[in-house]
Design a protein around this ligand. Structure first.
Ligand SMILES: [Zn+2]
Length: 410
């Protein structure tokens, strides 16, 4: 039957791609592995691992990286991703600036730059042009001869649709239904993947940081705003239209403090940097959030009002996290973002106390709350993992740039 032939051909191709993906993922995550370890990690037969590795070596996606002595046997050849195969770009569109970084396939940062943007209502076409210019400059500086595999972008807002066709809704910066993947890929002539910044931070911490090895985990991003990313069995949970994880806008106080989303009592209205700054500077609209937070921390040693405000932040975080513990029963919660990493060491003990009081005893006893390990600017690294994830899921074949993308509508 012709149909059967077609089906079995597709199945073989899928299986081959699946085997290549299975081998590439641990090489990306763990760095250097030998064939035996790859067989153990992937469940593939040694013949399948050898076949896949032979292909990947021929395609220069994987390289040999020395040998390792084995007990009584021949030295084992170590394998790693080829850093020179291609460059991946990570972009973090924050509320006051855009961070753009280039990485090789071993996660080494090759170069980066921060471009300021209008903190109120940045014009989409200006931001797209700035990103395109800076990406091209960085690539020209650090890797002119190396192909760019793709560009990943983290944004502060709700991202609707697949990462390569994303519509961005970010009311905080005045963006509604912005087809950012399409606009940027046209400007850069390269594949572009866009996702929410808390999700890209979450991916980075799960792949390379404090979430490694956890199956069910939540990564929360505390910065100007507040977001989160849920992982179940290692997979990012997105919801029906990709907006899952908007923990910052779950309510912790009925008729509580006004949130900038227009509702009241949201988690973000108590622990987002803008809300804390608003409290500490008595609504004076301080421009430099980080300076105000430093002033608050400094004052906490001397002034009761500062100490009380920080305690309120810890209590609000503990109550908010307790809901997540009750709802999702995670084994690990990772706190990241510049504010999370600044306040975490000061408030973690208090957050844990409140969490234990507020969450059900059984799941509360099984969760550990940790600080992120990748630093305050891990959103760009996380955004680059969107490209790596696509590369791996395609079995290591870079996505060709499709110049025939639909014209963006803005
Ligand atoms: Zn809100």
């Amino acid at each position: 039957m012709p149909g059967d032939t077609l089906t079995s051909r597709v199945t073989f191709k899928d299986m081959r791609r699946g085997n290549r993906s299975a081998v590439l993922r641990p090489l990306l995550l763990d760095g250097t592995l030998n064939r035996i370890a790859l067989g153990r990690l992937t469940g593939l037969s040694s013949a399948s691992v050898t076949n896949v590795i032979t292909e990947l070596l021929e395609e220069h996606l994987v390289v040999e990286a020395g040998t390792e002595e084995s007990e009584g046997g021949r030295p084992r050849v170590q394998l790693s991703m080829n850093p020179d195969f291609g460059v991946v770009i990570g972009v973090d569109i924050g509320e006051t600036g855009v961070r753009i970084e280039a990485f090789d396939l071993t996660r080494r940062m090759l170069g980066g730059e921060v471009v300021p943007i209008d903190p109120n209502r940045p014009i989409v076409s200006d931001v797209v042009a700035d990103i395109a210019r800076t990406v091209n400059k960085i690539v020209g500086d650090v890797a002119a001869a190396t192909p760019v595999i793709g560009v990943g972008v983290g944004v502060p807002g709700i991202v609707i649709g697949a990462a390569d066709q994303a519509l961005v809704n970010a009311p905080n910066i005045g963006w509604a239904d912005v087809p950012l993947s399409s606009l940027l890929s046209q400007a850069l002539a390269r594949p572009v993947f866009v996702d929410n910044c808390a999700k890209t931070l979450g991916l980075a911490e799960m792949w390379f940081g404090a979430g490694r090895g956890a199956s069910d985990a939540i990564v929360v991003l505390l910065g100007t705003g507040v977001g989160s990313a849920f992982f179940s069995r290692g997979q990012l949970f997105r919801g029906v239209s990709s907006s899952a994880g908007e923990w910052g806008h779950t309510c912790i106080a009925m008729n509580g403090r006004r949130c900038r989303c227009g509702r009241s009592g949201c988690v973000e209205a108590y622990i987002g940097a803008y809300a804390i700054v608003d409290q500490w500077s008595a609504g004076n609209n301080a421009a430099d959030e980080e300076a105000v937070i430093e002033d608050l921390i400094d004052a906490a040693a001397r002034r009761a009002a500062a100490k009380e405000l920080l305690d309120e932040v810890a209590r609000a975080a503990g109550v908010g996290l307790a809901s997540l513990v009750n709802l999702f029963n995670p084994e690990r919660i990772v706190i990241g973002g510049w504010l999370g990493l600044r306040l975490g060491p000061l408030l973690l003990q208090r957050i844990n106390e409140v969490l234990s009081e507020q969450a059900l005893a059984y799941p509360a006893a099984r969760v550990s709350v940790q600080l992120g390990e990748l630093g305050r600017d891990a959103v760009a690294l996380g955004a680059s993992t969107l490209v790596l994830d696509d590369l791996v899921s395609r079995g290591g074949k870079p996505r060709p740039f499709d110049g025939s993308l639909p014209r963006p509508r803005i």
